[in-house]
Design a protein around this ligand. Structure first.
Ligand code: UD1
Length: 418
């Protein structure tokens, strides 16, 4: 298993480009199942999660290839096995995104239940409730969701809470349903809007994405898409946090302020100077951040996917910060490892109190999930000595060559093959 070795203490400087968004691309890949013919997805990052979903579509009978320009080409004409097996779903929860499109196009789907996950129970009850409202018959048997429908019929679905992939699954299902589907209390994340744009490029009629009510006028067929991935705002936020924790000065090309205003506001409050430049955001980190309090929440609130990274920055702040995680239970697994590097963090339920320390010290640490791994890499950039972050397959699920991007900015970091 690969590890990442970081020798801390060097301020990051220079320019770095953000890759295409993982969380926007995954639902778009699933949406290619809605049409026969070849779709072209440009700017898709080369990540383990993208490859996993590609393998899943291949398993169903789709052709999935990388073109020479890096575009992902998917031809779903030959799909004849509308099924997502446990072996693939268990490594990536987002596989559940195939449920809506399969049901809409083929009238049936068999998708393994994702099961427990490191960052909490993460049920899919809202996905299932929504699909049932559209007329699907759903049974749970042998660890699988077995869904059937003659043709889905438009309906009103009120989500109990805003769910990103739940909203996306229902948008895809509604695209080919008969009549109008109205989704209420939707997730408003930029990735949801990006999916609406992709669906509309396929000939769907989706309105209101980015707000809490989305309406979809169903059509009888869709055509393949040709789209470009939006920049990955979580990667962008991670790179900004990396600059911040090292008191660096970095231009993150492709970062768009509107994608994560809440996170930028907190970085500024902690003393970073963040300015919009023509093609991205420039950050100048403070010598030592000031303590800030923040609470994660669905968009446009502070993204849970940047909680661990900002917490790493606050671990060396002047004063005590209070971090409340409201989106997922059990999303403080980085805390134990940060503590091994000298951070002073106490957890009480959904709240972490981070008392800033002057120095972190390098230690061997273990990545436990995707964003937790990123926070450990950031801590390593600040720490005295050489940190070894193990189990970086978590990091590889969501970051395209993070170590190369950081080393181009002057960090002493390398991948150790294992
Ligand atoms: C997506 C993102 C993930 C991000 C999360 C929250 C993708 C592929 N992943 O995950 O990176 O951390 O949004 O921004 O886009 N819930 C239910 N029932 C459901 C569905 C969700 O109770 O049927 C709960 C979850 O347990 C969680 C909350 O709703 O507490 C939000 O989860 P959700 O938005 O669904 O997260 P994902 O779409 O899985």
């Amino acid at each position: 298993m690969d590890a990442i070795e970081i020798t801390g203490g060097r301020p990051l400087r220079g320019e770095v480009a953000v890759s295409g968004s993982k969380n926007a691309t995954l639902p778009q890949i699933a949406a290619t199942l809605l049409a026969s013919g070849e779709s072209r997805l440009r700017g898709v990052p080369d990540l383990a999660d993208v490859r996993t979903l590609g393998r899943l579509l291949h398993h169903m009978g789709a052709k999935v290839e990388r073109a020479t320009d890096g575009s992902l080409m998917i031809d779903a004409s030959g799909v004849d096995r509308p099924e997502a097996p446990y072996e693939l779903v268990k490594t990536m929860r987002a596989s559940v995104l195939v449920l809506g499109p399969l049901l809409a196009r083929f009238g049936k789907a068999r998708v393994s239940l994702p099961g427990g996950c490191a960052i909490g129970a993460r049920p899919i009850d809202q996905h299932l409730k929504g699909l049932q409202a559209l007329g699907a018959k759903i049974e749970l048997a042998h660890g699988y969701v077995e869904a059937q429908a003659e043709r889905l019929r438009g309906a009103t679905v009120l989500f109990d809470l805003p769910t990103v992939t739940g909203t996306e699954n229902l948008m895809m299902a509604g695209a080919l349903a008969e009549g109008r589907t109205t989704l209420e209390n939707c997730a408003r994340e930029p990735e949801v809007t990006a999916l609406a744009e992709a669906l509309n490029a396929m000939g769907a009629r989706v309105l209101g994405a980015g707000s809490s009510v989305i309406t979809i006028e169903g059509v009888t067929s869709l055509r393949p898409m040709d789209i470009t991935a939006i920049p990955d705002r979580i990667e962008a936020g991670t790179l900004l946090a990396a600059a911040m924790i090292t008191a660096g000065d970095v231009l993150v090309r492709g970062a768009r302020a509107a994608d994560f205003d809440a996170a930028l506001a907190k970085m500024r409050e902690a003393g970073a100077r963040v300015t919009a430049e023509r093609d991205g955001l420039r950050i100048v980190g403070p010598e030592r951040p000031e303590a800030v309090d923040f609470i994660t929440a669905p968009f446009p609130g502070f993204p849970t996917d940047l909680q661990a990274q900002l917490m790493a920055c606050l671990s060396v702040a002047r004063g005590a910060s209070r971090v409340v995680e409201t989106v997922f239970e059990n999303r403080f697994m980085h805390v134990q490892e940060l503590s091994r590097m000298g951070a002073d963090i106490a957890i009480d339920g959904h709240t972490a109190v981070v008392r800033g320390v002057e120095k972190l010290s390098a230690a061997p640490v273990m990545a436990t999930d995707l964003r937790a791994s990123a926070s450990l890499v950031l801590a390593g950039l600040r720490a005295e000595g050489t940190t070894l972050v193990q189990r970086v397959y978590h990091l590889d699920r969501g970051y395209e060559s993070l170590e190369k991007k950081l080393s181009a900015l002057g960090a002493t970091v390398r991948r150790v093959k294992g």
